[in-house]
Design a protein around this ligand. Structure first.
Ligand code: SD4
Length: 313
């Protein structure tokens, strides 16, 4: 692998150094079972669009899917009934954009891209992010669906904040893609943890925690209890482990163990899952609890792969 190569358009020499196998590209992977999203992303790259376009379009599929109660429209609200979204995106040049605590705009991933491309900043929050969205032509809409309102009303009977492990096997969507030019991009979008405190922001929009991409090395994304990912800067850690020569699989395993082995870690009570992709198109995934999975679209095959986990029983 070409450790430390951080370029955008790779020369043939660089391609040789990193064993880039164009026969197996493009590749897209995503957290959980999201075949419609990976299909959209892969077809976008087949259409000679960039990995960045693939990430945006792939993530948008889940943001628009009202049945998914952890992303975009239909996401479960905070404890006061507000649906607030977090998202970030990173391109192969190392640029990134992020929105946090965003209300009323469904496609948080697209707004994160606008922050990256059309502002001098990396992160916009709350009302500022929302107003920027309207100025860019995004539409205001109520993100709380009847189904999510019903779930919130039910939750209010006990009001017990207890993040659910592996919510409906389809959670925050984190996605990584490498296009046929060998350029890597990534994105992450979520409505965060259900019934969180108003204003809470998780790992998903935080570059280095929920997502990190280094075009010379690879990328990683996280899902699960964001507070625990932030404490170990999980995605950056995985990319740095790959830089040191670890495979994506091994890097994900080491990053999960970093959480598990923390003093007084109560890892048995929460889930964190990572997926990673390196410059060769090799992939990996690992989680604390059973039940996590990754979807991979490569060589015309769109498959959901069950993740190994630290806890096996
Ligand atoms: C968060 N990591 O807000 C996200 C949400 C998630 O399982 O992945 N939930 O902490």
């Amino acid at each position: 692998m070409g450790l430390g190569i951080a370029n955008d358009a790779l020369s043939n020499v660089d391609k040789q150094k990193i064993n880039l196998n164009e026969d197996t590209l493009p590749v897209v992977i995503a957290t959980w079972d999201v075949k419609n999203a990976t299909k959209k992303a892969w077809k976008t790259m087949q259409n000679h669009e960039s990995s960045l376009d693939a990430i945006e379009k792939g993530c948008m599929v889940e943001e628009a899917n009202e049945k998914g109660q952890s992303v975009g429209k239909g996401g479960l609200p905070d404890r006061d009934g507000n649906v607030t979204l977090d998202a970030c995106i990173m391109n192969s040049k190392g640029d990134c954009g992020s929105v946090v605590f965003l209300k009323n705009i469904k496609h948080a991933i697209s707004l994160a891209r606008k922050v990256m491309e059309d502002t001098p900043h990396v992160m916009l929050s709350g009302i500022g992010a929302e107003e920027f969205g309207y100025s860019m032509g995004f539409v205001k809409e109520d993100l709380l669906t009847e189904a999510s309102k019903k779930a919130w009303n039910k939750w209010k009977k006990t009001s017990k904040y207890d993040p659910i492990i592996n919510i409906e096997n389809h959670d925050t969507i984190g996605m990584l893609a490498i296009d046929s030019s060998g350029n890597i991009s990534g994105g992450c979008t979520t409505s965060g943890l259900a019934y969180k405190m108003h204003g809470r922001v998780g790992d998903s929009p935080i570059i280095g925690s929920g997502l990190y991409v280094d075009n010379g090395i690879g990328g990683a994304v996280a899902t699960g209890l964001g507070e625990e990912v932030v404490k170990t800067v999980g995605s950056f850690l995985i990319v740095e482990l790959m830089r040191q020569g670890h495979s994506p699989q091994k890097a994900c395993e080491i990053a999960i163990k970093r959480i598990v082995y923390k003093p007084n870690s109560n890892y048995k009570n929460f889930q964190v899952g990572y997926i990673a992709l390196n410059k060769n198109g090799d992939v990996g995934c690992y989680s604390i609890q059973k039940g996590f999975s990754m979807t991979k679209y490569q060589s015309n095959k769109n498959v959901n792969i069950k993740s190994d986990s630290y806890i096996i029983s």
